[in-house]
Design a protein around this ligand. Structure first.
Ligand code: APR
Length: 259
């Protein structure tokens, strides 16, 4: 066995041991977890932002100025980058998502904070999930905050309006410049405060406030496990680093915990 394989194997064994000893493990997940489901990541080689450039910071302002125009543009699938949207729509959970749902069922993972908008944690069976950047399959009312399934909303008139209060509906995904919804943010801080172990899976950890939650938990003394084939902004504070893909490392951890 090569040295790096031996290192990864022992890191996976240490991670499983920490999960076995933990009573409230929390995970932060990012685009890298969904990469093996065919959804490109944002940064790095082949990343969406690398290829098409980051969206303008005023996306939220543009939406607030003319939500009808935003919806017309969003429903027009001919623009560059829509293949990204299509890759999300046809994606299914991979072994990494399925392993995390299994960790929840085993009582080894208390909560997932995901930056992903693809609904794949829920599709895999995870239930304790906070989507800090929203969910592409849902809409959210700008007035009362009600969330609904996008496919149940009439798009005959744009912008669509809230069945509860008549307010304007936007896609639930959080735009650049848009504040993170309060309910999601409160749950993230609660989980960071309760965590006695924090997993960071498939994220470059450059976007805030998402990247702050593992740091808060680490500062409170919770060990941090990083699962990522590449170094990240948090590698220097990680207790254990598993330099492997999520789709291979997480099922191995589940397997060790089953024994
Ligand atoms: N398994 C685990 N990690 C992987 C894999 C894999 N198979 N493939 C890639 N990665 C890692 C990369 O090494 C990188 O560190 O996933 C990370 C992806 O980083 P980003 O593309 O920056 O994605 P993310 O961290 O989720 O971005 C955060 O930025 O633009 C915003 O709203 C967007 O939610 C997103 C946020």
């Amino acid at each position: 066995m090569s040295e790096s394989a031996a290192t990864t194997e022992s890191a996976i064994a240490e991670a499983a041991a920490l999960l076995r000893a933990s009573s409230h493990a929390v995970a932060l997940t990012g685009a890298g977890l969904s990469a093996e489901s065919g959804i490109p990541t944002y940064r790095g080689t082949g990343g969406v932002w690398t290829r098409f450039g980051e969206p303008t910071i005023d996306g939220w302002d543009l939406f607030c100025t003319d939500p009808g125009a935003w919806w017309r543009e969003a429903l027009d699938h001919s623009h560059a980058g829509s293949e990204f949207a299509e890759s999300i729509d046809r994606a299914v959970p991979n072994a990494g998502h399925i392993a995390m749902a299994e960790l929840e069922r085993m009582g080894r993972l208390a909560h997932i904070i995901t930056q992903n908008i693809d609904n794949l944690h829920e599709d895999a069976g995870s239930r304790a999930v906070t989507e800090i950047h929203g969910n592409r399959r849902r809409v959210r009312c700008m007035n009362c905050g009600t969330r609904d399934r996008l496919d149940l909303i009439s798009l005959d008139r744009l912008p669509p309006t809230c069945p509860e209060c008549g307010g304007i509906l936007k896609n639930d995904t959080v735009m650049f410049g848009e504040p993170i919804p309060d309910d999601a943010l409160r749950m993230c801080y609660r989980q960071a405060a309760a965590a006695d172990l924090f997993l960071v899976v498939g994220t470059s950890a450059v976007v805030y406030p998402a990247a702050s939650f593992p740091i808060l938990a680490r500062e409170r003394g919770a060990p941090l496990i990083e699962i990522n084939p590449e170094p990240t902004e948090l590698s220097h504070i990680a207790s254990i680093v598993v330099r492997a893909s999520a789709g291979s490392a997480l099922p191995d951890i589940v397997e060790l915990l089953r024994r």
